[in-house]
Ligand binder design. Structure first.
Ligand code: PEP
Ligand code: MN
Length: 264
């Protein structure tokens, strides 16, 4: 079902007037984690003012260590839904387990599957029945074929609204946190009709590389971007402050993108 042979036309996912996979470039921006109502409200205002369409923020965080901050949970979901509504933005949040799919689907417009869960098949099956669009991140050691097979689980469950996300893969290079595989963008678009979103934040792990790799992703044909932005990255509650843009950097980048994005 994910293959272009089966479905030659590009899939366009329409959510409350925003088309993902069409001619317009979609930008999802926000913090790694929802930290407080005030934090997500302020950042939502900045994402909207910069021209973004979707507010990102994790309420449930997949942390490498069990003693690290694990997210604000359902309270975070509620805070983000309120900020999204107030600022007229769609929302995207990560869901980590099948048990939480229903509650995440109640509060968010798009459900994100994180890189560590790309092959959590029970989660994927549940997302096939959730009735909400899904952004499926590529596992950091997954091939294109494995990513497309993971998408197939969601599609086969009856949910046609799946976006594929390149978020960097693990290579021998240590300077960057991950290596953003730009080739994934045109390759996935040739193999599949599903929209392809690039995540230059996790894809590099370094703030100064987010701007050039965002632009490179757009040049490579990405349908959208998911970018971390924080008002106080040095004090962010996850380790992802080092890759989060400051609000002015985010706004300037979106302005530059208007010059790069395909002219409709
Ligand atoms: C995130 O988006 O904050 C995140 C945890 O992403 P990934 O699954 O790509 O590491
Ligand atoms: Mn993050």
């Amino acid at each position: 079902l994910a293959s272009r042979d089966f479905h030659p036309e590009d899939t366009v996912i329409s959510i409350k007037g925003v088309d993902i996979g069409g001619k317009e470039l979609v930008v999802m921006g926000g913090p790694c984690a929802v930290e407080s109502a005030a934090q997500i409200d302020e950042i939502a205002g900045l994402v909207k003012a910069a021209g973004g369409q979707v507010l990102r923020g994790g309420a449930f965080k997949p942390r490498t260590g069990p003693y690290s901050f694990q997210g604000t949970g359902v309270e975070g979901l509620i805070m983000m839904a309120e900020a999204g509504q107030k600022h007229n933005l769609l929302t995207i949040t990560e869901v980590m387990t099948p048990e939480y799919v229903d509650i995440c689907a109640e509060y968010a417009d798009i459900l994100q599957v994180g890189t560590r869960n790309m092959q959590n098949f029970d989660l994927l099956r549940k997302l096939g029945e959730c009735g909400k669009p899904v952004l499926l991140k590529r596992g950091f050691s997954a091939t294109y074929d494995e990513l497309l097979n993971a998408a197939e689980y969601i599609l086969a469950g009856g949910n046609p609204n799946v976006m594929l996300c390149e978020r960097g893969i693990r290579t021998f290079e240590q300077y960057t946190r991950n290596t953003l595989d730009l080739s994934a963008i045109p390759v996935l678009q040739s193999l599949s009709h599903l929209p392809v979103i690039s995540d230059p934040s996790h894809g590099t792990g370094r703030r100064e590389l987010v701007e050039p790799m965002t632009k490179a992703s757009v040049a490579a044909g990405a349908n959208g971007l998911i970018i971390e932005m924080h008002t106080d990255p040095d004090n962010s509650m996850t380790g992802d402050g080092v890759q989060s843009l400051f609000p002015d950097q985010f706004a300037n980048l979106l302005q530059d993108l208007e010059k790069l994005a395909p002219i409709v």
